[in-house]
Each structure stands twice: as C-alpha cells, then as structure tokens.
Design a protein around this ligand. Structure first.
Ligand SMILES: *[C@@H]1O[C@H](CO)[C@@H](O)[C@H](O)[C@H]1NC(C)=O
Ligand SMILES: *[C@@H]1O[C@H](CO)[C@@H](O)[C@H](O)[C@H]1NC(C)=O
Ligand SMILES: *[C@@H]1O[C@H](CO)[C@@H](O)[C@H](O)[C@H]1NC(C)=O
Ligand SMILES: *[C@@H]1O[C@H](CO)[C@@H](O)[C@H](O)[C@H]1NC(C)=O
Ligand SMILES: *[C@@H]1O[C@H](CO)[C@@H](O)[C@H](O)[C@H]1NC(C)=O
Ligand SMILES: *[C@@H]1O[C@H](CO)[C@@H](O)[C@H](O)[C@H]1NC(C)=O
Ligand SMILES: *[C@@H]1O[C@H](CO)[C@@H](O)[C@H](O)[C@H]1NC(C)=O
Length: 518
C-alpha cells in the first residue's frame, strides 16, 4: 500500500521542465471520460460499462496504451445516466446549492483494478487545464463502482488524497475498515449484515445441508467466507464450495455442473454476480438440472437477465435478500430521451447505439456495409435493458449517493462564519472547496429523499442495513416477478429483525407451495 501511494504521488506530479518553462502534464495516456460536463463543483463517476478488459500481450515493444474493454453492459450505462439525472435535478433545484452549478466526469472501469486506478488518476488530474501548474483541479467526490474489486482500486487511490468515494453497489464487508478506506462511503449495506441474514434464513427454513457457489472476486470470496462462518454457528453444513468467474473456461463450468449433479444437497447458496452466475445457469439448463432450491445474495437475486423464460426452470423459486426497489420519478423518461454524442469526452452512448440499431456513428466510413445512424432511432421501441427501469434499487442507490454529495456541499456553503467545523471555528472557502472538507460534511449528512428514505452514514461510512426478502415467481403472463415475501432490518433488536409478510404466497423450487424440507 505504501508503495502504491508513493506511485500515485509520482504519477500526479510529473512536471517536465522544458527550456525554462514549466509544463504540467498528467502522466500516462490522456484518457477522456465517457460522459462529461463542467460545473462549479464537479463530481466524478466510475462505472463498469464493460464487463471485461481485453487481454494484451505484455511484450512492451510499443506503448501498450490504454487497456481496451469488451462486453458492453447497458445496465451500467443506466447508472451513469441516473447520476447525470440526479446532478441535473440538483443543478435545477432552488433549495439545494441554488447558486452553484454542478458538473460531472464519468469513466469506465471494465471492471478491473488497473483500469479503475487509471480512471481515478484521470479524475484527480483535470485534463483540460493541465497546461497551467497553479492548481490541480479535481473532482470533489467520486460515485462508484459497481463491483467490490474495482471499487477497492478506486478507494485505495483516492483515500490518501481524502477524496470521498461513494459506491452504490460495492457490498464487501472489507470497506467498513476505516483505516484501510478512510474516505469510503456507500449507499448499499455491507455484506456483513447480509451474510448473517442469509445464514439465519437458511436455518429458518430448515435447510441444514447446502452447496455453496461464489463468484471468484472480492465480493464472492469475502461474502462466502463470512457466510460459511455464520452458517457454521447456525448449525448449517456445507457439502461443497466452488468458485466461478465469467472468464473461466467452459470446461470449468461443466465441472461445476457435475459437482452439482453428483451432490446430495438440494439447496444451493450462491454469493455471486449475475454475470458469472448466468453462465452457470445456462449450462445447468442445457443439462436439465432443475428443481434445486437456490438461495441468493443481492448480487444476482434481482438480476432479471439471469433467467430468460427457459432458464427460469433452473432458478424457479429462488429466495434471497435484495436492496428494496424504488421508483425514481422522471428517470425512465430521462433515459429514454438520451441520444449519443460524438463529442470527445461524451461518447459513452455510441457503442450502445451502434449495437442496438445496427448503424455507425462515424461519418465518412464510405464503402462500409453498415449504414449511418440517423439519431431518429427511438429507444422507446426497443426492448432494451438500457431503458428498463423496473428494478431501480441500485439506480436509487446512485441517486442517493449524488444527493449525499449535494447535501454535503450544501452544508459546506451554508456554514455560518465563526461557527464552522474547521480549525478556529472557520468555514471552508466557498470559492475554493477541497475534497477533504466535503469528506467532513459527508459524515454529517442526514436528509430525506423524495421517496421518504432517510439517508445518513454511520462511523464506517455504511448506511442502515435494510433488505427485502424476494422470491422468484412467474406471473400469468409468463414474466418473472420478484415477489417481496419479507423484510430484514439489521437495526432492530435481535430476534425481531426478520419479518415475513403474511398475505403473499411463496413458490419454492419444483413448483412446490410448501418449503422443501430435508
Ligand atoms: C446547470 O445549470 C447551469 C445554469 O442553469 C447550466 O448552464 C448547466 O448546463 C447545468 N449543468 C448540468 C449538468 O445540467
Ligand atoms: C433541468 O432543467 C432543464 C431546463 O429547464 C430541463 O431541460 C431538464 O430536463 C431539467 N433536468 C432535470 C433532471 O430535471
Ligand atoms: C444566490 O445569489 C443571489 C444573487 O447573487 C443572492 O441574492 C443569494 O443570497 C444567493 N444565495 C445563496 C444561498 O448564496
Ligand atoms: C428434463 O427433465 C424433465 C423432468 O425430469 C423431463 O421430462 C425432460 O424430458 C428432460 N429433458 C431433457 C432434455 O433431458
Ligand atoms: C447490420 O446491417 C448490415 C448492412 O446494413 C447487415 O449486413 C447486417 O446483417 C446487419 N446485422 C444485424 C445484426 O442485423
Ligand atoms: C488558529 O488560531 C491560532 C491562535 O490564534 C493561530 O495560531 C492559528 O494559526 C489559527 N489557525 C488557523 C488555521 O487559522
Ligand atoms: C437524522 O435526523 C433526524 C431528524 O432530523 C433525527 O431524528 C435522526 O436522529 C438523525 N439521524 C442521525 C443518524 O443523525
């Protein structure tokens, strides 16, 4: 860690003296954001627009340049648009930061640690103004990332510079360690609570002999380790525990299917990302492995795209904890109205557009068989994941994270002189805000959203842990629905944390209406 922090400082302050003139230049390839707009106060964003970095051959005979990414994830573009939506709302608001305009710079993380560290450095170094050495303009806070692994890269890079990082989705319990992550906050509860709740859930239904599957990532490995600990103390035994990852060879996924087929346990606890589990579910479906009771973590349990109608047979009746769903008024329309831009630093929607409408945004590609995009294409008519806001639980977390920054800066700018929180009761200089001052105010925010949700962070940067317990069902039109069958609230006293809803029916694996007992 020490080594890494030193490297960052080096990277930030590469100053080249040329013939007496001092020219400031950010180290490395200049990277442009996917989305950007300048304002008085700028907020950074890092999301996993692509699901995988392209492997390069590290021969280093030429400058390897920026890492390339593959597998566009439209769901991640939704996070970015939700962030932009919230920023515009605050920017338009007459009660929050009335006299300041907000801006943003949003980068892709792939999600991998090297790419997310590069994005973090790009956010710290204002690219446009890098010709002047007077001041390094930086973002006041960063929203992101989706996976715990790349968030570790971001939070570790930003931490030594006291730049707040607020994740909407990184649940690894590891982030609650204030010494390791001094500037980290999140609007999603820590897995610490979920692990305990999952162990209690499994025990509650009498499933004492289970198999365990996890994503081979910080999320899956940490989550599973603490689940196994909690499960052991509840008297739950684990028959097998295997890790999967999206880039594993098919051979490994087939081996995992064999392990599941040979096992005697009928309940599978999966601590995984939807992207990883999707591959396994497809293989299980191919081999007709159905009728198992799945118990899931929030990483996949409301991931609609895991189960097409066919694959549904595999995970039918799954139960697990999810971040409660919310409706954000106006967001759906906002996203449906977006159009791609070819401006440098704002090309984030080009790939999606070209993919969805089979057209090309680059002009002058004559002779190419692909037609040009007209920008009159309408997303409303496509059945696109990008415009589907029916599950807005994590979008709501992005929304809350942006508002938390808005409220923190608002507290800062409305500080009464002589009664400020800083040395000698001073306030921050409103015209020269520093991220560490925003960090201070983030620990003080306590506000209520339009949805009547109270937002504040505890001493570890964690929000209150509330989940809904969802059950995968199919409605009579054949669509998959996540029926909320109960709630879990970690802030309640022991014994009263679980609450099952009385008036809903639960569907278990194999169409049974009764719990599968072993
Ligand atoms: C914020 O408001 C200002 C002034 O109304 C406007 O110029 C700017 O484009 C807005 N920024 C965003 C991100 O909407
Ligand atoms: C902000 O105000 C502008 C101009 O009135 C409007 O076009 C835009 O839709 C508003 N944005 C949001 C998110 O409310
Ligand atoms: C915003 O600016 C207006 C005009 O400059 C000023 O009258 C008002 O007091 C300012 N509001 C805040 C909260 O600073
Ligand atoms: C899958 O299993 C079901 C029920 O056990 C059986 O009816 C069906 O024929 C099987 N299909 C295949 C392709 O093995
Ligand atoms: C995209 O369009 C080109 C030519 O316009 C056509 O050859 C190609 O098959 C199309 N691809 C898809 C996936 O529709
Ligand atoms: C705070 O007050 C003390 C005593 O007057 C002074 O020495 C110190 O420089 C002040 N600190 C700041 C940050 O103004
Ligand atoms: C947040 O504010 C409400 C009312 O303003 C108060 O009751 C509550 O205790 C506060 N919560 C925290 C954690 O400060």
């Amino acid at each position: 860690m020490q080594l890494r922090a030193d490297l960052m400082v080096l990277a930030l302050l590469t100053v080249t003296a040329e013939a007496g003139d001092t020219v400031c230049q950010a180290y490395g390839t200049k990277e442009l954001p996917q989305f950007s707009k300048g304002g008085d106060i700028n907020i950074g964003g890092i999301f996993s627009f692509h699901q995988n970095p392209v492997a390069v051959n590290p021969t280093l005979q030429v400058n390897p340049g920026a890492l390339q990414c593959e597998w566009l994830d439209p769901g991640e573009l939704q996070y970015a648009q939700t962030m932009i939506f919230a920023i515009e709302e605050i920017n338009n608001s007459s009660y929050l930061l009335p006299n300041l305009s907000l801006g943003y710079r949003i980068y892709d993380s792939c999600p991998s640690i090297p790419v997310s560290v590069r994005a973090s450095l790009a956010l710290m170094n204002e690219y446009e103004k890098s010709q002047s050495c007077t001041k390094t303009a930086t973002v006041q806070a960063v929203i992101g990332d989706t996976t715990s692994t790349s968030t570790i890269g971001i939070a570790r890079t930003m931490g030594p510079f006291h730049i707040p990082v607020i994740s909407h989705s990184a649940t690894c319990a590891c982030f609650s360690n204030r010494r390791e992550y001094p500037s980290f906050f999140r609007t999603v509860p820590s897995d610490l609570y979920q692990n305990r709740a999952l162990a209690k859930l499994v025990k509650h239904f009498g499933w004492t002999w289970v198999g365990a599957i996890r994503s081979n990532s910080d999320y899956g490995n940490n989550g599973m380790a603490t689940f196994l600990e909690a499960a052991a103390s509840e008297g739950v035994c684990v028959e097998y525990s295997v890790a999967i990852y999206r880039t594993d060879p098919r051979q490994w996924f087939l081996q995992v299917v064999d392990i599941i087929k040979r096992s005697t346990s009928k309940v599978i606890v999966a601590f995984a990302d939807g992207t990883d589990l999707e591959i396994l579910i497809k293989e299980l479906y191919r081999q007709n492995v159905t009728g198992l009771q799945w118990v899931g973590s929030e990483g996949w349990v409301t991931y609609r795209y895991l189960a097409s109608h066919i694959n549904y047979a595999v995970v039918q009746g799954a139960v697990g904890f999810a971040v409660p769903n919310m409706v954000i008024p106006g967001l759906g329309t906002f996203i449906a109205k977006t159009r791609p831009s070819t401006q440098p630093g704002n090309k984030g929607l080009v790939e999606l557009w070209e993919m969805t409408f089979n057209c090309s945004m680059t002009t002058g590609s004559e002779g190419s068989s692909v037609r040009g995009c007209t920008l009159t294409e309408s997303l409303r008519e496509t059945d696109s994941r990008y415009t589907d806001v029916s599950d807005s639980s994590l979008l709501n977390n992005v929304y809350k994270a942006v508002y938390a920054v808005g409220h923190a800066v608002h507290l800062l700018t409305t500080c009464q002189s002589g009664q400020g929180p800083f040395e000698n009761n001073t306030c921050a200089d409103k015209h020269n805000i520093e991220p560490w001052q925003v960090l201070h105010y983030l620990t003080k925010v306590n506000f209520t959203t339009k949805n009547s949700e109270v937002v504040f962070f505890d001493d570890h940067g964690d929000p209150p842990a509330r989940y809904s317990l969802v059950n995968w069902q199919m409605d009579n039109t054949g669509s998959i629905v996540f029926e909320t069958i109960g709630y879990y609230d970690a802030s309640r006293p022991e014994g009263q944390q679980f609450e099952m809803k009385e008036d809903v029916s639960t569907v278990w694996a194999g169409h049974q209406t009764k719990i599968y007992l072993q």
